[in-house]
Design a protein around this ligand. Structure first.
Ligand SMILES: Cc1ncc(COP(=O)(O)O)c(C=O)c1O
Length: 446
């Protein structure tokens, strides 16, 4: 059964002539700030497959940065979009009412209810806008100003969100002055623990959160001035880092003790990626405010701030958005959530299979230093023999895999993130990992 799965087909080495022509046009008119990891010019997508303009097909292990949750152009999502678009494209959810918006807010609220209790929802256009809104909400609710964020964090590209970032300096350099009163503390990173010298690092004894109480509050800033701790429950752009569970639990305890808002940025980890609707459920720690976007609408631009009702206290007119919660995006999100809810048990099972297969590869290729993650949010960190990050190697691996028809994306210093569409099958995982194996064999030991 696994052997009958289709394989990527590279008929013309990319970029082919049509791709080259499009890239030339693109470079002439688009902002030089775009990254564009490799020369892929997409014609269409279907499920876990991407087809380029020259007729090549690729197996997608990155889902447009963890966005195409239901696969590319899932027929139910496409139909929901078409039906909604035919009814009305816009009316403005800040000022008027419509069913798809109410339904989406109900769905989100219901899915976090077991651990967050009663909640309310504000809809945005993107993840970064959800982050900006949550900074405002936390400050408005607590009447405090300071924010704690973490090293390696990524929260988006708006001015407030980049202040919270600390994964790549290019995202921040020369854009200042940024938001004042934001502090970056070490994130629990068991594979490269910031406190390793103290020999206290490990899954069950993580000290990262305790250091906030012991070192930061007494000497740097008072807890009663802190509005919020913003944290990715599984760090995304920083390297698909699975923190020690104790870290998140300790953060929860600190927030409870001092009346600080715990904000989970689940823009990357949410909507089924971990095998539950949100990582908060998988990891058993409840935030006060939860942010989602990316996978929520299979690629349509929408995000959400979900906050405990007792926290979403800002009054009429304090926050709004012209497009946030657009009816076509809401329809796509409602269809997406329905599909993902049915997919959750399979995601966990496929994720376990994925990690098992990676562990088999690790025995053959010692350059694979760490395999981590849960569900279909899996990170593989590559290192040189001396343990330093194999940064160039990962760059070469991405390019080689692309040329063999496998779409990969790196994160952190030398990690490949595996974030395929959540509808991927074990057979498709096997096909992709066979290509990865070939690439690692070709590249040899760095
Ligand atoms: C954790 C996290 N927060 C926020 C964002 C920003 O989302 P967007 O690009 O939709 O603004 C991202 C994007 O990668 C993310 O991974």
């Amino acid at each position: 059964m696994l052997n009958t799965v289709k394989k990527p087909e590279i008929k013309i080495p990319p970029p082919g002539p049509k791709a080259k022509a499009m890239i030339e046009r693109d470079h002439a008119v688009t902002s030089p700030s775009y990254i564009k990891e490799y020369p892929l010019v997409v014609e269409r997508g279907e499920g876990v497959w991407i087809y380029d303009v020259d007729g090549n097909s690729y197996l997608d292990f990155m889902a447009g940065i963890a966005v195409a949750s239901t696969g590319h152009s899932h027929p139910k999502v496409v139909k929901a979009i078409q039906d909604a678009a035919a009814k009305f494209l816009h009316i403005c959810g800040t000022d008027f009412y419509y069913e798809s918006m109410v339904t989406l807010c109900e769905k989100l609220s219901k899915s976090v209810a077991p651990y967050m209790g009663q909640s309310k929802v504000f809809l945005t256009n993107s993840g970064t806008e959800a982050v900006d809104g949550a900074i405002k909400l936390a400050r408005h609710h607590t009447r405090r100003s300071k924010i704690i964020s973490f090293k390696g964090a990524f929260h988006g590209r708006t001015l407030a969100a980049i202040t919270l970032n600390s994964s790549k300096v290019t995202q921040k350099a020369h854009f200042g002055p940024l938001l004042p009163e934001v502090y970056h503390l070490p994130y629990s990173y068991p594979f490269r623990c910031a406190y390793k010298n103290e020999k206290t690092w490990c899954e069950s004894n993580c000290v990262c959160a305790n250091k906030i109480e012991q070192d930061w509050f007494p000497s740097h800033f008072a807890p009663e001035e802190v509005a919020a701790i913003f944290v990715e429950p599984i760090q995304g752009e920083g390297g698909y880092i699975m923190p020690a569970l104790k870290f998140l639990k300790d953060l929860r305890a600190i927030c409870d003790k001092h009346g600080i808002m715990l904000v989970f940025d689940e823009v990357q980890s949410g909507i089924g990626r971990t095998g539950d609707m949100f990582a908060a459920e998988t990891l058993g720690v409840a935030p006060d405010i939860l942010l989602t976007a990316k996978g929520i609408a299979s690629g349509m631009p929408i995000g959400a701030i979900v906050a405990k009702t007792s926290v979403m206290t800002w009054g009429r007119g304090t926050h709004g958005s012209t497009y946030g919660g657009n009816p076509v995006c809401c329809a796509a999100a409602n269809a997406t959530i329905e599909i993902i809810e049915g997919q959750l048990p399979t995601i966990k099972k496929t994720g376990l299979y994925f990690k098992e297969q990676l562990k088999i590869l690790q025995k053959k290729h010692p350059v694979i230093a760490d395999i981590r993650g849960v569900g279909l949010m899996i990170g593989v960190e590559f290192t040189l023999k001396d343990g330093t990050p194999a940064q160039d190697y990962v760059g070469k691996l991405e390019q080689l895999a692309f040329r063999k028809g496998l779409l990969l994306l790196s994160c952190g210093k030398s990690t490949i993130r595996f974030a395929p569409p959540l509808v991927i099958t074990e057979g498709e995982v096997k096909v992709g990992l066979e290509i990865l194996d070939q690439c690692l064999t070709e590249l040899g030991t760095p």
